[in-house]
Design a protein around this ligand. Structure first.
Ligand code: PHE
Ligand code: FE
Length: 288
């Protein structure tokens, strides 16, 4: 693939809606799907949207977000404008060897996993419009930076994300991306962690959402289960509503250890069973 024939993007999950980013960019999207962060293209309104999202979301964190996230958030740099990715990398790379790279939007599985396996985290460079403050279907720069990047400063979580990328490439070869993506959804995106002082959120989809942050940690409605890898990989998820089930870990070390075994036999086992609905409860479920 050359720079003059930009890669064809795909969207995760079902649906034929095309992704929103500009994947053509006059040849600026590279074969690995990264692109320069189009910083000059941000308008004053874009920077203001980021500032307002950051301010609203950071005020909600105490008592709801995990300690590691709250501690690392100041290291994300500018909060009154969209940060330049190189500013973030100046502190992130020395901390854990991770690097933030710009992408035009959602990218296909293999390039996504390849970037993670190389400790590069793809961040969408565009930002939502002001009428999308409360909800956006696709990840934008606020979700990707605010939601995902603070925990890349945590050494254990940082190693987990790289292992996930390596595991993703393996899952692709085994035809098991759907199973692995459910694990990602219920951990990296919507995971909860049990701290000594109570339940907290560590998933990026929760941490970047004003509504779901409170719902996931406090609401009596959803079920909260102790993370079990095969149970999780059997469970379908909803992308357009709050989660009906959250999986809870005790620590990032536990997440790392639970996902360390060879998944090859686990994929075979899960694929031989029927998938579970997002609100299912089955024998053997343990409260989280
Ligand atoms: N251990 C998994 C495998 O062997 C890979 C993996 C690591 C998956 C971390 C998720 C998270 O396939
Ligand atoms: Fe995300």
């Amino acid at each position: 693939m050359t720079a003059s024939s930009p890669p064809t993007p795909v969207v995760y999950g079902e649906g034929s809606r095309p992704p929103r980013g500009d994947y053509a960019r006059d040849g600026l999207v590279l074969a690995d799907y990264t692109c320069p962060q189009n910083y000059a293209a941000y308008t004053a309104q874009d920077h203001d949207t980021y500032r307002r999202l950051f301010e609203r979301q950071s005020a909600l964190l105490p008592g709801l977000a995990c300690d590691a996230f709250i501690e690392a958030l100041p290291r994300l740099g500018a909060r009154d404008r969209i940060p330049r990715f190189e500013e973030i990398n100046a502190s992130l790379t020395p901390a854990t060897g991770w690097e933030v790279v710009a992408v035009p939007g959602l990218i296909p599985e293999v390039p996504f996993f390849t970037l993670l396996a190389n400790r590069k985290f793809p961040v969408t460079d565009w930002i939502r419009t002001p009428d999308e403050m409360d909800y956006i279907v696709e990840p934008d720069v606020f979700h990707d930076l605010f939601g995902h990047v603070p925990l890349l400063f945590n050494p254990v979580f940082a190693d987990h994300m790289q292992a996930y990328g390596v595991g993703g490439l393996k899952a692709h070869g085994l035809g098991a991306c759907e199973q692995l993506s459910r694990l990602y959804w219920y951990t990296v995106e919507f995971g909860l962690v049990r701290q000594a002082d109570g339940l907290r959120a560590y998933g990026a989809g929760i941490l970047s959402s004003a509504g779901e942050l409170q719902h996931s940690v406090r609401s009596p409605q959803p079920q909260r289960l102790a993370l079990d890898v095969t149970r999780c990989m059997r469970t379908r998820y909803k992308i357009d509503s709050y989660q009906q089930t959250y999986f809870v870990i005790d620590s990032f070390q536990q997440l790392f250890d639970l996902t360390a075994p060879d998944f090859t036999p686990l994929y075979a086992q899960v694929q031989a069973q029927d998938a579970l609905t997002a609100d299912a409860s089955v024998a053997g479920d343990l409260p989280g």
